[in-house]
Design a protein around this ligand. Structure first.
Ligand code: NAP
Length: 248
């Protein structure tokens, strides 16, 4: 077994990196949490499911002869990143974080930054929202479950398995989303506030442009804080780093 790169995935960037390494003949294995029922599978070797915490991940890295780890997980996936930091230090394996830039407001945007989903729920009351497009994914929806004052259009990839607010509709979809599609969705459901995480990237940013056009407020959940890890913003930089750590 030759030394391989582990890509911690679940993002478009992780899939693009797997594709590039596969095309370049760099040995790599992608890891997915197994949360999504029908995941978009990356190119090359894939494993699915948690490792069982940082110590188990460290042993896995050694057993699988992993030469380097690229943590390309979502900006809001905190536990796996913390686990990767601890495990790579323990197993003496280099770690790189691949993280897309967050979004920033431009002219005409009416964004309200909050620290977490509970604060997002509180912000909706302050904004006098009536009909909310909630795009924060199915984890953490419990923060909105007690709100009987508003109607929610809850968009997520798989059906939520937690309590939901009494007045809602669930829309199962996974993007990427177009500006025309987001305009139509907002108009059809008479949405007056959009809620999003600061996921960043172009695949899900059309809702921000659609909200701007309509003059709607957007509640944006800030990224959680992260430890200091060497970080790159582009797939090309991560691919070059991975190649360096597997050659020779
Ligand atoms: P999380 O809270 O950081 O992780 C929870 C546990 O799931 C981890 O401790 C780990 O289990 C396992 N896990 C997470 N990502 C994994 C991976 N790529 N490979 C193997 N095990 C993984 O993560 P999350 O927020 O639930 O996100 C789960 C996955 O969905 C991530 O891969 C992330 O990139 C993707 N995703 C998340 C979001 C989001 O908003 N959070 C959005 C889009 C995509 P063990 O401790 O047992 O190893």
């Amino acid at each position: 077994m030759s030394a391989r790169v582990l890509i911690l995935g679940g993002t478009a960037e992780a899939r693009a990196l797997a594709q590039q390494l596969d095309a370049a003949g760099v040995p790599a294995v992608s890891s997915l949490a197994g949360r999504v029922a029908r995941p978009r599978l990356p190119a090359g070797e894939v494993r699915i499911g948690g490792f069982g915490g940082p110590e188990a991940l460290a042993r896995w890295l050694e057993a699988e002869r992993i030469a380097a780890v690229v943590d390309a997980t979502h900006p809001f996936a905190q536990r796996i990143s913390a686990s990767a930091t601890e495990a790579t230090a323990d197993a003496h394996v280099p770690l790189l974080r691949l993280e897309r830039l967050g979004w920033s407001a431009g002219d005409g945007d009416r964004w309200h930054w909050v620290d977490d989903l509970s604060a997002a729920a509180a912000a909706l009351a302050q904004l006098g929202a009536r009909r909310v497009l909630l795009t924060t994914g199915r984890q953490g929806l419990a923060a909105f479950a007690g709100d009987g004052d508003r109607w929610y259009l809850i968009r997520c990839v798989d059906p939520p398995e937690v309590a939901l607010p009494p007045h809602h509709e669930v829309l199962l979809d996974r993007g990427p989303y177009t500006l025309d599609g987001e305009r139509a969705l907002i108009a059809e459901h008479d949405i007056d506030v959009v809620v999003t995480k600061d996921s960043g990237g172009p695949l899900t940013d059309a809702k921000l442009a659609a909200a701007r056009e309509r003059g709607l407020p957007v509640v944006v959940v800030r990224r959680p804080p992260r430890g200091a890890v060497a970080t790159v913003r582009t797939v090309a930089e991560a691919a070059a780093w991975a190649e360096r750590h597997t050659s020779g």
